[in-house]
Unconditional design. Structure first.
Length: 244
């Protein structure tokens, strides 16, 4: 799978190492040295993947992701960082990064992560080839998830989500009332990843509730199944079943 990849890394040796490995796998690579240059290249080249260092001059990687997602640009982002605390990792994922690797990292593992992200993107395009098809839209009560357009709405109102939040909600909307374990949702997000934990899913669920629930502290759509995980349900149907 040949892809157009932008590498944003201010460390020249690290950037050259990543570039060589990517080119060895057949990818076309553009290297930039700061965050503003990364934003400019993504806007003009629309790459298949952005490999993004967190600590960069002019604009750091977290700011880059924040701006790209606010512009609704869905380029997959793999972040590289020397920060190792769980809160730092969760912040990057919460802003919209698709995967995270901490330095020092194995170049071979980095390439494996790249392949996973590119396969996931290619699979999404294959599974949803017809953006205008009504069959693509997933409905759970007044919640609508449109995988082809990457859009979510509740009662007709648009809901802006990060890519991670969208993946969780799309997976659950495809099987309403099914209970998803945290591990299952982690697999939906990133596959096996030793740098993240169950708390990653909890953060996404908390943020989704703020966006799709009338009262996030008393959810009626995105429910906790204690000791197991979470499920997405139609609150009207749940109320009807409870009263019958």
């Amino acid at each position: 799978m040949c892809a157009n990849v932008i590498v944003a890394e201010d460390d020249q040796k690290q950037a050259e190492l990543v570039r060589r490995y990517l080119e060895h796998e057949g990818h076309a690579v553009t290297v930039v040295r700061d965050g503003l240059a990364a934003l400019d290249k993504v806007r003009h080249k629309e790459p298949d993947l952005l490999v993004l260092d967190v600590m960069m001059p002019r604009a750091d990687g977290l700011d880059v992701v924040r701006v790209l997602r606010s512009e609704r640009r869905e380029v997959p982002v793999l972040m590289l960082t020397a920060r190792t605390t769980e809160d730092d990792l969760l912040l990057g994922l919460d802003l919209g990064a698709d995967d995270y690797m901490t330095k020092p990292y194995s170049p071979r593992e980095l390439m494996a992560r790249v392949r996973t992200l590119l396969r996931r993107t290619n699979r999404a395009a294959t599974v949803h080839p017809a953006p205008d098809s009504a069959d693509e839209v997933l409905s759970v009560g007044t919640l609508r998830v449109d995988p082809a357009r990457h859009e979510i709405s509740v009662a007709g109102g648009y809901v802006e989500c990060t890519p991670g939040e969208f993946r969780i909600l799309a997976a659950m909307a495809a099987e309403p009332d099914r209970v998803f374990t945290r591990q299952r949702l982690l697999e939906e997000l990133h596959g096996f990843d030793r740098y993240i934990s169950d708390r990653t899913v909890d953060v996404h669920i908390m943020n989704l509730r703020k966006k799709i629930e009338p009262a996030p502290r008393k959810p009626t759509r995105l429910l906790t199944v204690f000791g197991v995980g979470y499920k997405l349900t139609d609150p009207e149907k749940s109320a009807s079943r409870a009263s019958s």
